[in-house]
Ligand binder design. Structure first.
Ligand code: PLP
Length: 491
């Protein structure tokens, strides 16, 4: 085997390539490329905190570059706080490296934060300040109550239940949810027409797949809408058809011009613009669904958070036979648990159950039991009463801060949920604003990503005010105002 290729030339402690490819890098940009690759890997968690980097000589040999390229790249990353170098201990990733603000990041990295499909990465990014839309405050999660119900659930559950679940969800949770949704949202439901999902988004994906399987082709969506809505529809092989949203909600007359099998909308509190579907439009939508023999897919994602009046009941209560109703605990409790529900007309139940079963064979049984107990005990309602007051105050403070610090912004939308939609003067380049804000350690959400046709979008930001204190919201907004005042108008 004299010709066999040698693969372990003395660098056994480290992967041969460190997942860095300098082949495409220009000769004179080797150091910058290497630096950026290492920084990306640290942010992505591929290079673990405290973990060692290869000695500069070894890495240089592997990459086929001069040692000085690696030495200088390491030195810059040490200076930027990503790496630490100690005599006798080599070079390691600093424990706090991932929390580095993207202050030192290059334009490419920043673009990655703001690229179209970065929702999940945005949420995970450890950036000091985030004004992203729609997140509840993790500090308000009722840990003690949850722990009590979780322990009780574990104690009560017989061994035979600690196994693969009923893919539709536990009977106890479906019963608790049916009672709760009927009482609080006017949803007409029996446990047999409900599927427990791992959140609204899974529910939408399952519904789309089930409809596609049944021959559906096109689903109308709000323009703008929560971007993942469109993606879930197209991923299921269906065509999303954007229909404008105005100050009254979805334009039902415009919907009537399209040949679609269903419409997916957020009638209680549209995302991202924050309006409620007007009563006349609700009636028109119900007539549309009946006349067209079409379905309404109602995303009721944050309806329990209404601050100025009792929320309007779910559309589903008016046309249960034509509505697929979705909700979750992501806004009311936490998105960390991944629990939600889908209520379907009877004829769709088997198709949805099949999709859920194929997807993940059911959601966590123990969590379902605990949530059922939380609902039945009244602790869920108690929690909501508490957080509603807090979020209402935060919303008021956010509006005051926006009026004070960002007077050029026009806020719209109802007193509800965890986000506000603020439009900016037509000359504002929101993407550039986002990049400049990121360089100051602040992530904002450009509303344009939620439009199917971003070129039609007025410059706007979706501000999330729920997940942080009033002081930190104000601090973040101060930075944004500074960045905005330094930005040249778009030509
Ligand atoms: C309109 C809308 N629907 C659904 C979701 C996601 O819900 P879930 O976490 O239950 O999947 C969000 C999250 O922000 C949302 O804004």
């Amino acid at each position: 085997v004299a010709s066999a290729k040698q693969t372990n030339t003395g660098v056994s402690a480290f992967p041969a390539d460190l997942l860095v490819d300098l082949n495409q890098a220009p000769r004179r940009g080797l150091r910058q490329t290497l630096e950026r690759a290492l920084r990306d890997q640290i942010h992505a968690g591929l290079l673990t905190a405290g973990g060692p980097l290869p000695p500069s000589r070894t890495l240089a040999a592997e990459l086929g570059v001069s040692r000085s390229v690696v030495v200088h790249a390491y030195a810059n990353l040490v200076a930027d706080g990503y790496l630490q170098a100690r005599q006798g201990d080599g070079t390691r990733v600093r424990a706090d490296a991932r929390a580095r603000p993207p202050a030192g990041i290059g334009a490419d990295d920043a673009r990655a934060f703001f690229g179209p499909a970065r929702h999940a990465s945005l949420l995970r990014a450890r950036v000091p300040m985030r004004l992203l839309g729609g997140l509840p405050d993790p500090a308000l999660f009722p840990r003690a109550r949850w722990a009590r119900h979780y322990r009780a659930a574990l104690a009560e559950m017989p061994d035979r239940e600690i196994t693969y679940p009923d893919p539709r969800g536990t009977q106890a949770l479906r019963l608790a949810l049916s009672t709760y949704l009927g009482r609080v949202r006017g949803v007409v439901v029996e446990p047999d027409r409900m599927i427990v999902s791992s959140g609204v988004m899974q529910g939408i994906s399952l519904v789309c797949r089930a409809l596609a399987h049944g021959g559906a082709r096109r689903i109308a969506v709000e323009e703008p809408c929560f971007r993942p809505h469109r993606l879930a529809i197209s991923t299921a092989g269906l065509q999303p058809v954007p229909v404008p949203v105005d100050s009254q909600g979805l334009d039902v007359a415009a919907l009537g011009e399209h040949d679609v099998d269903a419409v997916l909308l957020t009638p209680a509190h549209s995302f991202p613009t924050g309006v409620t579907l007007a009563l006349s439009r609700r009636h028109a939508l119900v007539s549309w669904a009946r006349d067209r023999d079409a379905l309404i897919i109602e995303d009721d994602y944050d309806s329990e958070l209404r601050y100025d009046r009792a929320p309007i009941g779910a559309l589903q209560g008016t046309v249960p036979e034509r509505t697929i109703y979705l909700g979750s605990i992501s806004k009311s409790l936490t998105p960390a648990m991944r629990l939600g529900w889908v209520v379907v007309p009877a004829h769709l139940t088997p198709a949805l159950e099949r999709q859920k079963s194929l997807d993940d064979m059911g959601s966590s049984v123990i969590e379902q039991h605990a949530l059922g107990r939380l609902l039945d005990s009244g602790d869920y309602a108690r929690h909501l009463r508490r957080v509603r007051l807090i979020y209402r105050n935060r919303r008021d403070a956010a509006l005051a801060a926006i009026a004070d610090l960002l007077p050029q912004a026009a806020v719209q939308g109802e007193a509800a949920g965890l986000h506000v939609y603020a439009t900016l003067p037509a000359s504002t380049d929101v993407q550039a604003l986002g990049l400049a804000a990121a360089a100051r350690g602040l992530l904002i959400e450009d509303a344009a990503q939620h439009w199917a046709r971003p070129q039609n979008a007025a410059p706007a930001i979706v501000f999330g005010y729920g997940s942080q204190s009033q002081a930190s919201f104000q601090g973040a907004l101060t930075i944004l105002a500074q960045v905005l005042s330094g930005q040249a108008p778009r030509t």
